[in-house]
Design a protein around this ligand. Structure first.
Ligand code: ASP
Length: 647
């Protein structure tokens, strides 16, 4: 009878005396009937063929027990030398089974037997075991450098150096499945909506702005370089000019950034561009995608939380003011109170640091609408019971982020401040006004930051999340069962770069400003808001995009504000500027960070846990040891000379 992998009934050919090797018989004649996670009580009595890896082995009671693992699960195998009805085969298999070790890869033919009262509730297949008749060792394995188990106490370096073994572990098998499901759900969704999945080049022209590119030297044009695409941004816009209307791509992008904990030099985006749309049209498509992914991957209907299928929106300025960044975690409250106005009104209220700031505004050195320095406070409720020692530790925490210190004040029943260096100097009116503005009551602790706006925002934003974890408002990692989505909208088009003393594009030079702000491009660029948006989930930015600037006249004004003259614009973006003059439709899009999405969906702790072969924070692949030195001949061909770093 020929093999029929689908039904798992009798399917092997009779043994012939001039037997081929065990391996050939298992691969050519006996086909796999089930995966290691499939078999249940209802399969009792079936004859099955399983392939997999030895997860564990035990030799006792005259039998050998092996837990056989494949990507679908684990099945217990029993090698009983006295099993009747199969001639000498069970005994031969038993003898071989005594020699198998962890991670050997084997194939078995056997019979499903009920474990009766002896079930293993931890295994999906725990009701049964397979009594083995025939065994083939496909390959032996060296002793693995760490145990292939769900939770292991092994350094990440070691795991990454043997990633193929690490990837055999169930948690990583699970996260990569999540990736697969996200990809499939995404493709189905966009296809249904009439999007075309189109590719874009990876080796591109270097265009300035945004992240730093990796460079690839050209051999045929020695001395010239390609850049690895940091995103398909310009090409997806060209697709719109070419009339493709709706594009998406699940695409690798490359950025040569200093790697922080949650960054990788190559990463995956779900990249989208649409013609004839406004911001809300893009939002609707992406909200639909997120709902679909949650349904298909986690089985969760987000409509329970978002009945209309729409996510809330918050202006960028409000997000900065209340939470200190543009990706607030709204699973909990604890907003910041911006005290800058109060401090200015009251001329610093007797506090020397505050006075210094108030004076700069009074003298016109600082603009209130584009504040250089600010004062913020946050309330730690009395119920949190934060001890003095813990409050002292918070000071170290904020200093690690560049803060000079962490002024604090405890509020007493009368609204006085205690335990505070500010208590003596602060004028009662300012104190009461701050109590009122922050809502601080008896026993609450006020935490203050003041100084450079960007530092104050960052420190207070991190402090807020740090305290929320400490108080158990959110778990240390993972979603804790709550998925809180938010669109952050209407950010400024430009940022002032302190180093170059120039306005720079906050995102890229092709973001469309608000129509009402176009006049400000020439007079007050810092106040121009734009159609740029970020999608935030539980305090992580999972995507961002914009409506693009397709009007050449406004484009010229944006370049002027950026200090880019005609020639420079032509040399940098000439091809796109040309394209935009040949009938560019209004268009816009977004890119979703697929790795981060997979991480948040699977509850993984780091991006490295959802990327099959990630790099370390130094950008090294510990398994292959990339990057490595090029041979002198390679460098000569490229006409490149490496200058050793000064020691
Ligand atoms: N290209 C942008 C990015 O990579 C996304 C977009 O604007 O569509 O962040």
């Amino acid at each position: 009878m020929l093999a029929d992998p689908s039904n798992g009934v009798a399917f092997w050919r009779p043994l012939v005396s001039e037997r081929r090797t065990d391996l050939a018989r298992f691969i050519d004649e006996l086909k796999r009937s089930h995966r290691c996670g499939d078999l249940r009580a209802a399969d009792e009595g079936k004859e099955v063929v399983l392939f997999g890896w030895v997860a564990s082995y035990r030799d006792h009671g005259g039998c050998v027990f092996v837990d056989l693992r494949d990507r679908e699960g684990i099945t217990q195998l029993v090698f009983d030398p006295d099993r009747k009805g199969h001639g000498e085969l069970p005994r031969q298999s038993y003898v071989t089974a005594q020699t198998v070790r962890s991670e050997w890869v084997i194939g078995v033919r056997g019979v499903v037997v009920s474990r009766g009262a002896n079930k293993n509730p931890k295994l999906a297949t725990g009701e049964i075991e397979v009594h083995v008749v025939e065994l083939s060792v496909f390959n032996k394995a060296d002793t693995p450098p760490f145990e292939v188990a769900d939770s292991i106490d092994t350094s990440e370096e070691k795991r990454l150096a043997h990633r193929y073994l690490d990837l055999r572990r169930a948690p990583l098998q699970k996260t990569l499945r999540v990736r697969h499901r996200i990809n499939q759900a995404t493709r189905r969704y966009f296809d249904e909506l009439g999007f075309l999945e189109l590719e874009t080049p990876v080796m591109v022209k270097h265009t300035p702005g945004g992240a730093r590119n990796f460079l690839v030297p050209s051999r045929t044009q020695a001395g010239k370089f390609y850049a690895l695409a940091e995103s398909p941004q310009l090409y997806k816009q060209l697709y719109m000019v070419a009339g493709f209307d709706r594009y998406f791509q699940i695409v690798k992008c490359f950025r040569d950034e200093d790697l922080r904990l949650d960054r990788q030099p190559e990463f995956t985006q779900i990249d989208v561009e649409m013609s004839f749309v406004n911001q809300d049209d893009v939002f609707r498509v992406i909200e639909g995608l997120i709902l679909r992914i949650w349904k298909d991957v986690l089985g969760i209907d987000l409509r329970a939380t978002y009945p209309e299928g729409r996510f809330p929106q918050m202006p960028f300025a409000e997000s900065m003011q209340l939470y200190g960044n543009d990706k607030p975690d709204l699973r909990f409250g604890m907003p910041h109170a911006d005290l800058t106005d109060l401090v200015i009104e009251q001329g610093g209220g007797g506090v020397p640091f505050f006075k210094d700031i108030a004076d700069k505004y009074a003298s016109g050195r600082y603009r209130r609408d584009l504040p250089a320095e600010i004062v913020k406070a946050m309330v730690v409720p009395a119920s949190a019971n934060l001890s003095r020692t813990e409050a002292d530790k918070l000071e170290d925490f904020v200093k690690g982020m560049g803060a000079k210190g962490l002024a604090r004040a405890k509020v007493d029943p009368q609204g006085n401040w205690t335990q505070s260096p500010l208590a003596k100097s602060i004028a009662p009116e300012l104190r009461l006004a701050i109590n009122a503005k922050t809502g601080a009551k008896d026993g609450d602790l006020l935490l203050f930051q003041f100084g450079k706006a960007s530092t104050v925002h960052t420190v207070m934003a991190n402090l807020r999340v740090h305290l929320a974890k400490r108080f158990g408002f959110i778990p240390e990692t993972g979603h804790g069962g709550t998925f809180n989505f938010l669109w952050v909208v209407d950010p400024p088009l430009f940022e002032f770069d302190d180093e170059s003393k120039h306005w720079v594009a906050a995102h890229h030079a092709f973001t469309r400003p608000h129509d009402a702000d176009v006049a400000l491009l020439e007079t007050d660029p810092g106040k121009v808001l734009c159609h740029r948006y970020d999608l935030v989930l539980n305090g992580f930015e999972i995507g961002g995009g914009s409506i693009r600037l397709h009007d050449p006249a406004v484009q010229a004004k944006v370049f002027a504000a950026l200090g880019i003259d005609h020639d420079e614009a032509r040399s940098k973006f000439g091809f796109l500027l040309d394209a935009l003059r040949f009938g560019a439709p209004p268009h816009g899009g977004i890119a979703i960070g697929m790795d981060r999405l997979a991480m948040l969906l699977s509850g993984a702790e780091s991006l490295r846990d959802v990327i099959p072969f990630p790099k370390t924070q130094k950008g090294t692949d510990l398994m292959t040891d990339a990057p490595n030195k090029a041979a002198p001949e390679q460098l000569a061909e490229l006409r490149i000379r490496v200058v050793e770093a000064p020691s």
